[in-house]
Write a protein that binds this ligand. Structure first.
Ligand code: PLP
Length: 388
């Protein structure tokens, strides 16, 4: 395996790697040392002086610029939110939809994406769940389901439940041809798999920061493509106004929101996490997202060799370009999660098996050792279990 960056140096950032095989970054990433230091510095400033708020706010703008660079957007296209769900709900309420319009989703995608759109049923908007019949979704998955009232396609870039990496760029081209908004949930991919909002033709993108972006829960990002001025915020606060009143007295005759993505921001922000996010993007950019992607794919290549040798079925895609850092093995989830935990292996139970997810700090040696722990117990496929 080629080293795409100094993995042992990265591991010193994550002391958890000394205590266990941490293969659960699709659930939550452990806190890196440098990110914890950024939080500590922020808390020290707050503790000593209640904070230099103008300095903190300048740093928020720096962080906004870092996020923009990470996804090939401009800073004016980035808003900060609380999490993915908030971003998706902002999107669902901003797109001008009328009764009879329809929205296309992939069957079985994350429920937070589905609920944001299903909530529009009370306005007469139809939500169509499209079955996934190919390894990942492409333009062809959606094309036959589009009609004159289709306004939105919304899907995860990488799925949490089996690690499909949908072909968002081809779906983006289709949406551009048909005048459809493309909304993407990048919660699982951001920070691990390259995301380029321009190349992918994305209208709005929502993500939380507590997985690939390595920040504790409670901060999200929302990308809103420039020029989509018809997308208007469902909520207003001073932060969202084009001309916030200097005397702090609301102006009932001027309700014009900002033109940039900041029109979707409300009130004070999660300042500690914004400081953490800046440190996290520094760490990720130093390694390079393309290198992190290549690293997790190589761990996946090795894991697939092992599961094939043990005749364990991989639930998600096998093709390299359709994969990510998430691998679900068809093993009974509860008993195997427990067994692995007893052997200091942290994974998540998932709807179709156990979910192994990689991050920048995992190694080939860990994959080999975990495969050996699995082999010791002896896996049985679902078919073999059914025969018994
Ligand atoms: C694809 C995807 N979307 C959304 C979420 C979570 O949404 P939120 O950030 O609102 O908690 C997760 C997992 O936590 C996820 O895997």
């Amino acid at each position: 395996m080629t080293e795409h960056f100094d993995v042992s140096a990265v591991r010193t950032e994550f002391p958890v790697t000394k205590r266990m095989f941490y293969l659960d970054s699709a659930h939550q990433t452990p806190l890196a040392g440098s990110i914890r230091s950024a939080l500590n510095d922020f808390y020290a400033e707050g503790h000593e002086s209640a904070g230099p708020k103008p300095v903190w706010l300048r740093r928020v703008e720096q962080t906004r610029a870092q996020v923009a660079t990470l996804i090939n957007a401009s800073p004016s296209e980035i808003a900060f939110t609380k999490n993915t769900s908030e971003g998706l709900n902002i999107a669902a309420n901003a797109v001008p939809l009328k009764a009879g319009d329809n929205v296309l989703l992939i069957e079985g995608d994350h429920p937070n994406n589905a609920y944001a759109w299903l909530n529009l049923k009370r306005k007469g908007v139809e939500v169509r769940f499209i079955p996934l019949t190919t390894e990942v979704a492409t333009a062809e998955t959606f094309a036959p389901h589009i009609d004159s009232r289709t306004r939105v396609i919304s899907l995860s870039h990488v799925t949490f439940h089996a690690g499909h990496r949908h072909d968002v760029a081809s779906i983006g081209r289709l949406c551009q041809q048909q005048g459809i908004y493309l909304i993407v949930d990048a919660m699982q991919s951001i920070g691990v798999i390259p995301v380029d909002v321009q190349r992918m033709g994305i209208s709005l993108l929502a993500a939380g920061c507590h997985k690939g972006l390595l920040v504790p829960q409670g901060l999200g990002i929302l990308y809103v493509k420039e020029g989509l001025d018809e997308l208007q915020p469902a909520y207003l606060a001073m932060a969202s106004m084009a001309k916030p009143p200097a005397d702090y007295i609301a102006q009932p005759d001027d309700l014009t929101p900002r033109k940039d993505a900041g029109r979707f921001e409300l009130g004070n922000m999660n300042l500690p996490n914004l400081h953490a996010l800046s440190a996290s993007i520094d760490l990720i950019s130093k390694l390079g997202v393309e290198n992190i992607e290549e690293h997790v794919l190589e761990l996946g290549d090795r894991l697939i060799e092992h599961v094939d040798a043990q005749a364990i079925r991989l639930v998600g895609p096998r093709t390299r370009g359709n994969r990510s850092h998430i691998y679900v093995l068809d093993l009974p989830a509860t008993e195997w999660t427990e067994y692995l935990a007893q052997n200091q292996v942290r994974v998540s139970p998932e709807r179709d098996g156990i979910r192994i997810s990689f991050a920048m700090f995992n190694t080939i040696d860990e994959v080999d050792q975990v495969a050996e722990i699995i082999r010791r117990r002896g896996a049985q496929t679902k078919e073999a279990r059914a025969v018994e």
